[in-house]
Design a protein around this ligand. Structure first.
Ligand code: NCD
Length: 361
């Protein structure tokens, strides 16, 4: 990671034009922001995964849970979700509760002063006056970055955590996906060298875009993008993979890839993005997984999904040990708690408690 740079020292125009891999250096400072997948290093991912597991273990006992609640009891978070959300919203809210952080929320812009003509920037600045952190989801790509830049030019810069922006980024989902992969492959050599297969709406799925990049931080990976042609992954992501030297295959033949997959990351068709409803006419029937595929895939394959699902994963396989999507969702709460704690620089206190009391698994 390049040396730390300050958002307040750069104009919005210059910042916006930077390549993603150069933007990360602007988010490491005080306070650190979490905005794009490209700001993470492998060391940081590993640190967060370790801390997530420690928080989870500490939380198992009442004394531990009570201790965790003291860690951020002097802080308040604003959850600003201007886009539908249930699990990401609840998961962040629960992560805050674990750490004793009070939360407030605005979940519907039609109940905010935006209906009186206030700009979204002013709205967020207003919300930030009552909070020490903003966790936000917004339909406009890049808006979370814009908010962080704006904050840096006020006298009171609070950390911004991007909980999903447009169809471009979902860094905290990518974190929980990495955590899930790391845990799933714990006994088979970790994430390095694995074949990760992305299936479905790769064009508009922001979780795939963020996770694909994070996987470039691992050695000898092969990524497979399996989708009907109009829903295939964007060239911008393939360019990032090329630049990182990560191998990939773009195909519409799911059946031939299934047997070699170490992880299968299913996604739903995101037709809320196309007003004309064109994507409902695309044949997606071969981009699903069900009981008939369980003999074809490996015994160790992790079947994942950011959820919500539609028909792309049959409920028949929900209880197969390889179906990790429910665990994946719960992992989100732990890794987000780790991220929030680290954002406030209080991770050493949790690590110290863990070392002192060594809570079991
Ligand atoms: C995803 C999202 O919002 O991008 N959901 C989530 O955060 N768990 C995926 C989706 O909506 O399909």
């Amino acid at each position: 990671m390049a040396e730390e740079k300050k958002l307040r020292d750069i104009s919005w125009k210059e910042f916006k034009a930077l390549p993603l891999t150069e933007k990360g250096a602007y988010f490491q400072g005080d306070p650190p922001h979490t905005l794009i997948a490209q700001q993470f290093t492998r060391a940081k991912l590993e640190e967060l995964c370790t801390l997530a597991t420690r928080i989870k273990r500490i939380n198992k006992r009442r004394e531990g849970a009570n201790f965790l609640k003291t860690l951020l009891s002097d802080k308040r978070a604003m959850l600003y979700f201007a886009q539908p959300s249930s699990r990401t919203y609840l998961s962040h809210n629960a992560a805050c509760q674990i750490l004793g952080l009070d939360t407030m929320d605005v979940r519907d812009s039609s109940t905010s002063s935006e209906v009186k003509g206030e700009s979204p920037e002013d709205s967020v600045r207003t919300f930030s006056s009552y909070a020490d952190m903003i966790i936000m989801r917004h339909p406009k790509g890049g808006f979370a970055e814009r908010v962080a830049w704006m904050m840096a030019h006020t006298g009171r810069e609070v950390p911004v955590l991007n909980a999903g922006s447009g169809s471009d980024q979902h860094p905290t989902q990518a974190l929980l996906d990495i955590y899930t992969l790391a845990r799933s492959f714990e006994d088979i050599g970790g994430i390095d060298g694995k074949h990760v297969v992305f299936v479905g709406d790769l064009q508009r799925g922001r979780t795939v875009r963020s996770l694909a990049w994070m996987l470039t931080l691992y050695k000898d990976m092969t990524l497979y993008f399996v989708a009907p042609e109009p829903l295939q992954i964007g060239q911008d992501i393939l360019d990032l993979l090329d630049a990182a030297g990560t191998k990939y295959v773009v195909t519409d033949d799911f059946a031939s890839i299934m047997p070699i997959a170490d992880a299968i990351y299913m996604t739903r068709i995101q037709d809320e993005w196309d007003a004309a409803g064109e994507s409902s006419t695309i044949d997606t029937s071969s981009f699903r997984i069900g009981a008939e595929h369980m003999d074809i895939i490996k015994d160790t394959t992790a079947i994942m999904h950011p959820l919500p699902r539609r028909q792309e994963i049959s409920t028949e396989i929900d209880n197969d040990p390889r179906a990790v999507y429910w665990r994946q969702m719960r992992n989100g709460m732990w890794i987000r708690a780790a991220l929030i704690l680290t954002t406030f620089g209080r991770q050493d206190e949790a690590n110290q408690y863990y070392d002192d009391y060594k809570p079991g698994t």
